[in-house]
Design a protein around this ligand. Sequence first.
Ligand code: BGC
Length: 924
Amino acid sequence: MRFILACDLVRHRFSVVLPVLFLLMTGFASRSLALSVQQLTVNGRTNPLGIAGDDISLSWAGETPERGMVQSSYRIRIGNKENSGEVWDSGEVKSDRQIDVVLPPNVRLEPASRYYWQVRVWDGHGVASDWSGPAWFETGLLSAADWSGAKWIAGKTSATNPSSLPLCRDVFKLAKTVKSARVYASAHGLYQLSINGQKAGDQYLAPGWTDYNRRIQAQAYDVTALLRKGENVMGVALGDGWYRGKVGLNWSHIYGDTLAFIAKLQVVYTDGSTETFITDEKWRSVQGPFVQADLQDGESYDARLEQAGWDGAEFDSSNWTPVAVVSDDSSKLVPQPDEPIRATEVLAARTRSEPVLGEYVYDLRQNVVGVARIRMSGKKGQTVRIRYGEELYRQGAKQGQLYTENLRTAKVTDTYTFAKAGTIAYQPTFTQHGFRYVEITGLDVAPDAKDVQGVVLGSDLPNIGDLRLSNPMLNQLVRNIAWGQRGNFLSIPTDTPARDERLGWSGDISLFSPTACRYRDTRAFLSKLMDDVRDAQKPDGNIPAVVPQPRHEFDETGVGWSDAFITVPYAVWHATGDTRIVRRNWEAMKHFYGFVHDSAMKDGNLLEEERSSWFSGDWLNLENVDRLEEHKVIATAYFAEDTRMMSEMAVAMGETKEAAEWSALVPKIREAFVAAYRHADGSIYTGTQTVYAMALGMDLIADPVQRKQTAAKFVEKLAADNYHLRTGFLGTPWLLPALSKIGRDDLAMRLLLNEDYPSWGFEIRMGATTMWERWNGIRADGSFGPVDMNSFNHYAYGAVGDWTFQHLGGLEILEPGYKKSRIAPLIGHGLNHAECGIHTPFGLLASEWQLINGELKLTVTVPDNTSAEVVVPATSAESVREGKAAAASAPGVKQASFRDGYLTVLLGAGKYEFTASQMGLAKR
Ligand code: BGC
């Protein structure tokens, strides 16, 4: 398969390739050796450094070239050394479980310790694999006491410029040769750590965003290679970040006024002895070259204030000022649980223009999140201004100039002042922009396009899924959704990375999370978000509309927004089979569900007509409707969905009483919905596309006759809208699923393939490289939509990605984690080829089909220990072949049945190649 940029990456990460090579080289492939264990993850991460020690969750994937592999038992061993099991040996456990396997409570992990672990599995014939290669995880500092008395230190800022930012440093002496060393660190504000002049680690914008009044993340760095015997220097530069800088709508100083830093260096020498160094009053500081830095406004860097070699041992800091020790906040420190923000790609500008004399505009041809890296030449004291934008004016007097009005109060401007004449490279450290274009002014000579790059920043979630189709517009849509996720998943899932706001709107992630889980392994990232949600939960169980919740702004609830506390854990569990995110939040989720339930049950009619706020109803839809009236219908639909999800998760949690109670409630809520909002002619109250999409997509109408009538009304409504969407945030995720559910894939494809306004295709025709916030972000004449809210990188409408992976890629989840999947790609409908793959926690699940000369070739890969129903359109059962055999009797096929022009086969794990003539089948 070729889709597999993503998979190459994952392959690399999970090192699937080596054992196979080994087998090929030795030519030795007995059954036990052919079965291997791969993809070892801890809390959804590969070899994580510096994690908490109290909820270790292990997952792995079996792999064998044989078909039909199931896992009958497993054994795990954990030790302080590779290939040992002195910390814990599970013994052989008869179970097919391989995801979210937890350590027993009596296994207590030490702080700052590395643990190696391995797994072996037995297949359905009782044949064992060898032990997997060792994977590891390392705990961070687990309590305030583990920080060994490290102090929070605040550095020097300029008396005339209180927003200027300090550099701090300390010298320490290592008497012996270092075997290994770790720094644990965090800050009030942002920090960048260096040792002996080199950046420690590969992360950016640490410590990330949490509600700092409750929880501050600490990072762990392996600094072994940066240290040497003798004198060493630890240096840190501090920036405002979310702590002191602008957050949301021009709010600042939310968490405090003083930036501070804390660190502990722990060294293990080759002779086994250890030594610890901590931040304390001995550290010294100076006002550095970061004159000011803000996530929204940008960074000002004055190279004249650089202290050359400041974080090296040779530097003389005798004229620096001692730091101040500020009040201790260590009780709030927790190890960061998810992948850090990293620079994941660097894109060179493709073109340069000069719309105004001396204003050079560079185009990356991709809307990204990050910062620019610029090589430029200037004179001593010359200040360069760098601005960023998602769009250029497309018409009028300003055509070709940077469009920044949609950024609202965010200044999104960096400046660099040259210390001396020459050529330098500048990349801001303490800011982040959402941009496709970079505008540079103040230089005598314009840098070449190749000297202006976009450094892409984002939480570095493993890339697991890809979809390629024989339609360029749809491929662009798949990419736009991916970029929207990439950019907005930056410590928290933000609504937009560009304008002021950049908040964790719970509704946006609620709608997008099923799609997000198709593209990336979201387990650690969204689990961290749920920690934030728990921090923000109110005494009555309710959740605010934005999380983290700054300053009690947007503190209101809202249907479709606060429900994220059910829908997001559900989406992650459903997509991965990993119960950890549900387990960790279950009590708090039940508390929230209780709030929803009680509000709906108050009047005894099972209708949830409350929980409304200013954004209630279908946000940003294109219908002419009273949104508060529409809200009632949506709210009861959500009550039914919340209850369904809770009942399924209760089963996974082993809570049979709740599971039974809630699953019995679901049909009752659905009946109440029908009684209240479905008219006798089948139409649904308020008549918007959204209410139909929810009623049918969420299966709210049980009676088949009623359902059919409503389906007809839905189609009538679409026809009245000239088969164009009119849905907003809440309705869009349900639009195409509802059409598929009523057997109208043809209409789903029609909406998806539209290229005139309003549609996904329209955005692409207008040049979108990420998802827009509103359908009319740019109008057909090139003018911009309402300026007060017009982000060009807002992932909500990317929620259609779940449908595209399921129906065009053909990968449907029948049991959580694709333990059982259904592979039924839509064949035809204007496409002649599709390939889709997802690295599930069980392994690679993939499907690829093509039509050549009227023959369908469908290749599927089903991960070990899972099964799949594969649906092949055909004229008869006999006309479908798998390899050389009749499909129904091919090895690995457990059942086959032919109905209505489709052969459905039930398969065990393995790779299968089906062929079936499509001649004589109705055109699709
Ligand atoms: C945000 C949205 C959010 C909405 C609330 C907007 O300002 O950008 O994404 O969900 O407010 O309705």
